[in-house]
Design a binder for this molecule. Structure first.
Ligand code: GLN
Length: 255
């Protein structure tokens, strides 16, 4: 069975562990770089991205996290986790914060405003329901949530939502003293996938809907199947002469 790591520095990692337990999957708390070697996939939870970045720095986790993401194993960032995975974040404290990167997008850290502007809404998620069944909507719990302002061509959009009318205007600073309102669209992206990276601006682990966790586990199965077929392709090109004719290869069963 796949072992799912959950970055357990700060934030809603317990809730992700519980959500994994509910669907019978083993979650492992990750706090040190070497623990990443023992997991097949990783969830970076929501919380407070600056605090999480400080703790990640303290534990020297950034190089190992970047290697993990770059190595192609599935990684899912929820909320602050999404900020961690973005290649670029705006709306940060002065001086910015370190990011893991890998996801070709620009996020705004507090797009929807302050903690007081946290909200819940139904999101249209046709791609999730196509894969995992159920309604074509899911409950989106947004807690001082970020949003994706721009996404690159390889990023698949899984959900967007209307920009609330009372959203405070956002500014981006370009060097000293220059600030500019940049977001004028009426919808904003809140869930994406780019290859091995899944990112949601909201918190599925705070609901009883386990489809996002299942969706992520399916990414894990896909990546293991790909790794296996690459392995069997390279060994078959080496060993085909030794194989008895017409004998089917034993294939592993992926849980
Ligand atoms: N906006 C928060 C941050 O900057 C993230 C909030 C969350 O993870 N619920 O870290």
């Amino acid at each position: 069975m796949a072992v799912v790591g959950v970055l357990a520095l700060q934030g809603s990692y317990n809730e992700h562990m519980a959500a994994l337990r509910r669907i019978g999957v083993r979650g492992v708390e990750v706090r040190k770089p070497e623990q990443l070697l023992g997991v097949d996939s990783l969830i970076i939870p929501g919380g407070e991205s600056t605090t999480m970045a400080k703790l990640a720095n303290y534990h020297n986790l950034f190089p190992a996290l970047r290697e993990f993401v770059g190595g192609g194993k599935p990684v899912w960032g929820t909320c602050a986790g999404l900020i961690f995975l973005a290649n670029k974040a705006v709306g940060q404290k002065t001086g910015g914060q370190e990011l893991v990167g890998g996801l070709d997008c620009t996020v705004h850290r507090n797009f929807f405003g302050s903690q007081l502007q946290s909200f819940e809404t139904e999101l249209s998620v046709p791609k999730l329901s196509e894969k995992e069944g159920g309604n074509d909507t899911c409950r989106g719990v947004f807690v001082r949530a970020p949003a994706i302002l721009e996404a690159g061509p390889d990023v698949e959009i899984l959900a967007d939502c209307p920009v609330p009318a009372d959203r405070p205007s956002i500014t981006i600073s370009f060097g000293e003293g220059t600030e500019e309102e940049v977001y004028s669209k009426d919808r904003v992206i809140v869930a994406v996938r780019q290859g091995n990276i899944l990112a949601t601006a909201f918190h599925p682990e705070l609901t009883s809907d386990s489809r996002w966790h299942r969706f992520f586990l399916d990414m894990d199965k896909e990546s293991q199947a790909k790794a296996f077929s690459a392995l069997s392709l390279s060994s078959s090109s080496r060993d085909t002469e030794d194989l008895p004719k017409n004998k089917p290869l034993d294939l592993p069963i992926f849980e």
